[in-house]
Structures are given as C-alpha cells and as structure tokens.
Design a binder for this molecule. Structure first.
Ligand code: PEP
Ligand code: MG
Length: 887
C-alpha cells in the first residue's frame, strides 16, 4: 500500500533527508531535523506522489489520502495537546509547498491556518493579547485570499492603508486590536462583494482548500516556466508541509529570523543573519521593517544601530549557535536556516543548502575540504558548472530595478548595456568616439564582425542558438541574445519596436545573455572577478576528469584566452571566420565570384599569406598543444555582398560591371544554402581552395617548429557524407604536404581526419574510420540534419515545441540523446571497431553544455571542444561526469 503522508516530530519521524523526491526538499529536511532531535514544531508532509495522484484523479484529494492526513493530524494534536478546529484550545498550522528542488513560482506560504471568527477570540484570551490574535487573523485572511483563493490582495492592502490614513497612523504596528477586528470584517466583505467569495470558517475546509491550492500551484504558469527553463520534469510534483504554528509575534520575547552558517556573498566562515522582534516570517522577507543583525558580524550600515539577537535574547542565540554548528556539520554544507522564537523558546522551521554567489560557492567548497568535512570529489560535485559563467562575465546588479521588455534566446552569457546602433559602421564610429554600443540586428552576417567586435553585446530578432550571431559572439566572449522574435526591427528606419514601446538609434538598452532578458535603459552591471579559490578548485576538477577539453578558436587572441581558461588544444578552428576582416572578405568574394580557375588562384594567392600568418600565430599561442584546423566550410550566403557599396567594390576589383556581379550573385543563389554548396563539396569542386589552405597550414607549422615550438596540426575535412569525399581530399592534401616537405626539406607530424555532421557519415562511420585519424562530431549540423531543422530559422517555432513538451529542450543547446546521440554512439562504436586508434571529439556548440558533456563521457569520446569562455564550464562538467559515471 502506498504511504502518502509522513509525520514529523522530535518523538517520531517517518522521513529523512534522502527522501527529497518524495517529501520535497523542505519536507525531507524537516524530517531529518526531527531525527536530530532539534526543536522543530511537529507536523506532516503530504508527498509529491500524492500531488501526482491529485492530478490523476482530476484535481481531487482521494479519500485514502484524506484519511492518512486526518490520522497524522491526530498525532500532532496528541503531541501538542491542542485540537484543530477547537474553540477552546485551537491548533493552528502553516501550510507550505516544497518540491524536490527549491522552486520559486509555486504557492507561497499560508500561516495561521485554522483561525476563524471563534478561535480568534479564544487566542486573544489565551495569550492575553487581543492585538496579536486579530493581527494573526487578518494576516491569515489576506494570505489565504491570495494564495488559496487566487485574489489579488492589493485591494485588501489598500483597505489597510485606508484605515491607517483614516486613523492618522504611519506604521502598521499602530493599528490596535479594535482596528484590526474592523479590518477583518472589511476584508471578508470585500472578498464577498468584489470577488463573490466567502471566506471559509471551517478549519477542515481551509486545510483541504490549501492542500489543493499547493498541488494546483505545481501547474501555474510561473512554476511551469521555471521548470522549463531549468529542465525540471513536470512529473515531479510538489509536496505539502503542514506544520504546527509557532508565533514570533506574541510580544517582546518573540521574534523570527533567517541565518546563514557562512556569508553567502563571499563564503567567509562567519555566522550571519537577521531577525525581527515581534514579527512573523513574511515580515522579514517582505522588507517592510528593517531587520536587526543577529550578532556583531551581521551589522551593516542600515542595521548597525539595532540591538543584536545575541544581546536581546542571549539564551536563544546561544542555542541557535549550537544548532547551526550541528546542522552544518551534519549536512556538510553551508546552511540557510529559518527560526522563530516564541516567548523565548527557539524553534527551527527550515534548513537547506544556502543559495550563494559563485565566489562564495567556490570558497565554501575549498574550505569544507580543508576543514575535513568533505572530500575533493564531493567539492567538485558541489558547483553547478554553468554558474562559473558568472565568474567570467559581467552580470546584472540583482538589486537594480528593471522591467523585462522581451525575452529571446540566451545565446552568449553576460550582461551588456549601451546605446542602440543598427549597423556595424555606426557601431565602429560611435565606439571610436568613446561610446558604448549594443548592435541590434535582424540577424548578423560576416560583414558585422567589426561591429560585433566593438559592441558591448549583440541583440538579434532572428536566428537560433547556433546562428551566426550566437556562435561568433560566444567565441568572442560577448554577451548575445538571439532570436528575440518579439523585437520589431527596422534597420532602414533605425527603429526597434517592442509592444507599444519604440527605441531609436542612440537610445539605451540592456540585456542579459545568460537569461535572454532584454530591458529598457541602462541597468547597472557588476564586473566579473576571479578568486584564487577558482584555480584551486579547478585543479581538482582537472585531476578527476577523463575527457580532454579543447577550445573552438579562430585566431591567436582567442587561442591565448583559451589557454588561460585551461584549454588543452584547439578542437575547431573555423577558417572561414578568419576571412571576416574587411581586407580579407573582399579576397574571399573574389574567390567565390571567380569564373575561371586562374581567377580563383589569383584570389587564393592573396589569401594564402593571411592564412599562413594566422596559423603561425595560433600554433605559437598553443605552444605544443594540438590545433585542429577545419578546411573552408562557408555557408556561401554568409559571404555574398549585400550592400550596393560592397557590390561596387567587388566589381571594381574584378574589373567587371556591377550588372555582371549581380548576375553571378543570382546564379550563386541557393534555396537551401545550409544544404548546398558548402563544406567538403567546395573542396571537391574547387580543389585549389583546400590545397591553398593545406599549404598554409603546413608552411606555418614548419615555420613555427623552426623556432623550437612543438606543433601538432590536425587537418579536418567538413561535412562529408561518404568516405569517398574524404578519400579524395585526403589524397590531394597529402600531395600538397609532400610538396611542402620537399620544398622546405622539413617534415613534421600531422593528422588528417574528418567531421561527422551528417547522419549518413555517422551511419557509415565504419567505412570512413580506416581513412580518418580522428572524428570530430559537428553536432550543430548533425542536429540540423537529423531533425531536418534549420539552425538559422528554428528559433521561431522551437519555443512552442519546448512549451508543449514536444522537445524537452532546444536540441541545439542540449544534445538529443535518442536521435543525434544514437548516431554519435553508433559512429564511435563502428569507428573504433574499424580503427582502434581513432581519436573522437565533439566541436559543435554542445561541447560546452554540461548535459551534453555528460552524454559525451558516456559515449566514450576522448575530448570536448567549446568556445574559450566555456572551457572552465566544460572542465568542471567533464570532471563531474567522470565522477558520476564512476559511481
Ligand atoms: C557543427 O556543425 O557542429 C560545427 C561545429 O560546424 P559549424 O557550426 O561551423 O557548421
Ligand atoms: Mg558544421
């Protein structure tokens, strides 16, 4: 038989901290603390399984579950000596939601449940404190109306304000018992007249309604959105915690507060917290009154004149100190503890792993290891890899006021604010004049590279997580929000419209590339800072990880940065990105528009020295680490000239009429450029292009090796669909290499391998492997082609697919294990069978995504490669995967 309800008290407790999935985090910790015999008010937890049953039964609490609740309720009555619903000695409850992970967006707390028109009077008498009784009752009605009946309580709050005004009061505390009694009547009346709702007097009805509301809140839009953003399952459900009320507002020997076992901002080992005398929990959270410090260490400018808890209630404080030390040692982690003191008696209402900044997280992890509380392995598993992002990029000031204008895809992390510009030339001019700019575009193209480079960040209306803007911004470490479809951009009129708001060139805007949120005006940001603990912590991660971590870098600057972040090589150098600079893009266009082999050779000869010097720079920066260089793979449409001036310039260089250029441009037009004349197809049709690149790579490698620097070039052929493509291109590359060796009288080691980014290539990997020295999975294209989803256009409808649960998440962000992952697994297995020495890695954007990295570990890849700024994330995620998969 299923057990639905778990009682907790210091006399008997059915749960423990390992039962978070069933009891929720809060419930499991309450049970655990009862097991430790800490002073926790007794109660019971209705399980997450009961929540799922509630939905299965059509949003009703079954009789079986109700009976278990009633039985547990009886036990609480016996322990407390109070009776739920009694007029003489009423037992009151708090009701709180609690999923397995803390989840903002679900139902808030209801306090004082069980009060009604009769018990309020009894409580007034029993406590000899009518004000306290009526204040508790009016708070209860307000909370119940809001979180259970779904009434917007601003109307009730307005009544409270009206009454204060009528009485000429400034503070809530000036309202006396009679005022509050009157307010209760007004509240009930407003509920009835304005909302047609009767406030239920029967405590049992209040309880069933509250439990139903907690379960119901699991599917409210905010909670759903939160789950979707974090990849949490809809099937988890929430538990409900029903707990005996203790009161922090019975007078001057009562209070309530929150404390942290260490400082959550910097991780310093100091006991830290705030409390309010004569108050209930929500007063501390709501910020209506300024809380006082619990001890000297917690004093700051705004609270330094208040008395500390240590001074006011030394006995309760000493007990709290003992308890926090006990809890931290027991949980082996920094805790966030809620407490209430009722008539000088201390109660603990909650403990949980404290939320902390990433800097604090690293410090606490490192300190807990030196304190002998946890092992290095445990420390490495404690930090969420993506949190490291906040260390490396500026972030929005959490305390700043801000209003979300729109939300797009969080394409490249970090916060950016500046003046809007709609084209790259203006971006450059304004930047030169010392302005901070945000480049706002429908979508970006290689021509925007200059503008992107000088902008604080890039905001686009179109494009997905692997679009040009996203990939390039990530590589540069620039914040980017892509595919923000609610932005209406007119590049011609230089306007940006969102809903009824319009912005022009020069107006300020802010966005957060970590969340995808866009804000009007300038929202203050906080600069990134890296502590010593980071290096210390990361050295442990490196100790444990099996897979190598490389970076996707296209120039010496990014390569150097990648090394600083701990990259062990380059996993993808996209050579077409080296062509973005204005003086080069022209030569690339000459090459694309050439109509004879000779014309093409002339253009290629212009590019060769650029390429060679770029490669030399990268080889030098990588100083003996492998460098994987991909032969040209330009989706041609990204390189075509668009502007009149560009067409004219090209016509000039080629000595052709504009009309001819336009005609050629038309003839190059492809309906489906992503599936068109790109990748190795270009190398097959125009062998001289790849030959120039292979020559540049090998000549550069020899040049650098002559300076005494080790070089390990890896030449990578993109987008093959059959082994024959690789066979031909490898043969031609080897011919060039032999020529260079002959000319320079020098030989160096090199590898030739291929990307696997088409399903057919993965399926036939067994045929390809004998002629490849390595495989690198290009999961951007592999996702595009497996799903038949355009990486540039999918942004428009993917959110609907995610919202409806058709895709659990954006497959361009986290690898689709069932489809794309199946192909990768098959290719690795078949590849290794046919060529046991084959080295396998991933260089699609998934290489920087922790969930995908975990997949790579399980698939047996040798390394992952990602943009330089994500290297630390990948190092940590890879270490965690090794540790997790070892268990
Ligand atoms: C890929 O397709 O995964 C890849 C790395 O190549 P690109 O993104 O340059 O197409
Ligand atoms: Mg690709």
């Amino acid at each position: 038989m299923t057990k639905w309800v778990y009682g907790f008290s210091s006399q008997e407790t059915a749960g423990n901290k390992s039962m978070k999935d069933l009891l929720g985090g809060k419930g499991a910790n309450l049970a655990e603390m009862c097991g430790l015999k800490l002073p926790v008010p007794p109660g019971f937890t209705v399980s997450t399984q009961a929540c799922m049953d509630f939905y299965k039964a059509g949003k009703v609490i079954s009789e079986e579950i109700k009976n278990e609740i009633l039985a547990e309720l009886k036990k609480v009555e016996t322990i407390t000596g109070k009776v739920f619903g009694s007029e003489k000695n009423p037992l009151l409850f708090s009701v709180r939601s609690g999923a397995r992970v803390s989840m903002p967006g679900m139902m808030d707390t209801v306090l004082n449940l069980g009060m009604n028109d009769h018990s309020v009077k009894t409580i007034a008498k029993l406590t000899d404190n009518p004000r306290f009784a009526w204040d508790s009752y009016r708070r209860f009605i307000q909370m119940f109306a809001n979180v259970v009946m779904g009434v917007n309580t601003s109307i009730l709050e307005a009544q409270l304000e009206d009454l204060k005004e009528a009485r000429n009061y400034k503070e809530d505390t000036e309202l006396d018992a009679e005022d509050l009694e009157e307010l209760v009547d007004v509240y009930k009346q407003v509920l009835l007249e304005e909302f047609g709702k009767t406030f239920p007097q029967d405590p049992m009805e209040q309880l069933w309604m509250s439990i139903g509301a907690v379960f119901g809140s699991w599917h409210n839009p905010r909670a759903k959105k939160y789950r979707q953003m974090n990849g949490f399952s809809d099937d988890w459900g929430t538990a409900v915690n029903v707990q005996t009320m203790v009161f922090g507002n019975t007078g001057d020997t009562s209070g309530t507060g929150v404390c942290f076992t260490r400082n959550p901002s910097d991780g310093e080992k100091v006991f830290f917290g705030e409390y309010l005398m004569n108050a209930q929990g929500e007063d501390v959270v709501a910020g209506i009154r300024t809380p006082a410090p619990i001890n000297e260490a917690s004093k700051n400018d705004s609270n330094k004149n208040f008395k500390t808890l240590e001074e006011v209630m030394p006995k309760a404080y000493t007990e709290l100190v003992e308890i926090y030390q006990h809890l931290e040692t027991h949980y082996k982690d920094m805790q966030d503890i809620e407490f209430t003191i009722e008539d000088s008696k201390l109660y603990i209402l909650q403990t949980r792993g404290a939320k902390r900044t990433i800097n604090a997280g690293l410090k606490v992890a490192v300190d807990l290891v030196s304190e002998g509380l946890i092992s290095k392995e445990e420390a490495v598993l404690r930090i969420k890899p993506t949190d490291l992002d906040n260390l490396l990029h500026p972030r929005l000031d959490a305390a700043a006021k801000k209003e979300i204008l729109a939300t797009g895809l969080p394409a490249s992390p970090g916060a950016a604010s500046g003046q809007i510009v709609f084209d790259s030339e203006v971006a450059q001019t304004w930047f030169d004049a010392g302005k901070k700019v945000i480049l706002v575009r429908q979508e970006t193209s290689p021509e925007d590279i200059g503008g992107m480079n000088v902008a604080q960040g890039i905001l686009t209306a179109r494009g997905g997580m692997t679009s040009h803007a996203a990939v390039v911004a990530r590589g540069m470490g620039k914040p980017c929000v892509a595919g923000c479809t609610s932005l209406n951009i007119s590049e011609k009129n230089k306007t940006l419209r969102v809903g009824d708001k319009e912005f022009g060139e020069g107006d300020s805007i802010t966005f957060d590339g970590s969340t995808g949120n866009v804000y009007a005006g300038v929202v203050p940001t906080i600069e990134a800072e890296i502590s010593d603990n980071f290096a210390h912590f990361m050295s442990w991660a490196d100790e444990f990880r099996r897979m190598g971590v490389r970076a996707n870098a296209d120039n010496p600057h990014d390569a150097k940065m990648a090394i600083e972040f701990g990259a062990e090589g380059i996993g993808l150098c996209r050579t077409e990105h080296m062509f973005f600079a204005p003086e080069r893009i022209l030569a690339v266009r000459e090459m694309i528009f050439a109509s004879t082999e000779l014309e093409r050779k002339v253009a290629l000869d212009k590019l060769l020295p650029f390429q060679r010097s770029d490669f030399s720079g990268i080889f030098e920066a990588m100083d003996g680490k492998p460098v994987n260089i991909r032969l040209l793979d330009p989706p041609l449409h990204e390189f075509l000239p668009h502007k009149e001036s560009e067409i004219e310039e090209l016509a000039d260089v080629l000595g052709l009429e504009k009309r001819v250029i336009e005609q050629r441009k038309e003839s190059l037009y492809e309906f489906n450029p992503m599936l068109g004349h790109r990748g190795c197809r270009l190398g097959i049709t125009y062998p001289e292009i790849y030959k120039m690149q292979v020559r540049a790579i090998i000549e550069a490698a020899i040049e650098v090796s002559k300076k005494g620097i080790q070089v390990y070039p890896e030449i990578m052929v993109p987008l093959i669909g059959t082994y024959k493509e690789l066979e031909i291109l490898k043969f031609e590359a080897n011919e060039v290499i032999a020529e260079v060796f002959e000319q320079t009288k020098t030989k160096i080691k090199y590898k030739i391998g291929t990307m696997l980014e088409l399903p057919r290539a993965c399926i036939t990997a067994g045929e390809i492997a004998p002629i490849a020295e390595f495989f690198s999975f290009g999961t951007n294209d592999l996702t595009q082609t497996t799903f038949g989803l355009s990486r540039d256009d999918a942004g428009k409808f993917l959110p609907f697919y995610e919202a409806r649960g058709i895709y659990p998440n954006d497959p361009f962000v986290s690898i689709d294990e069932a489809g794309v992952g199946f192909l990768v697994n098959h290719a690795v297995q078949e590849g290794k069978k046919a060529n046991p020495d084959i080295h396998c890695g991933i260089c699609g954007e998934h290489g920087g995504d922790p969930a995908s990295i975990d997949f790579c570990e399980r698939a047996g890849l040798d390394y992952v490669s990602c943009s330089p700024f994500r290297v630390p994330i990948a190092r940590l995620a890879a270490a965690q995967s090794t540790l997790r998969n070892k268990k």
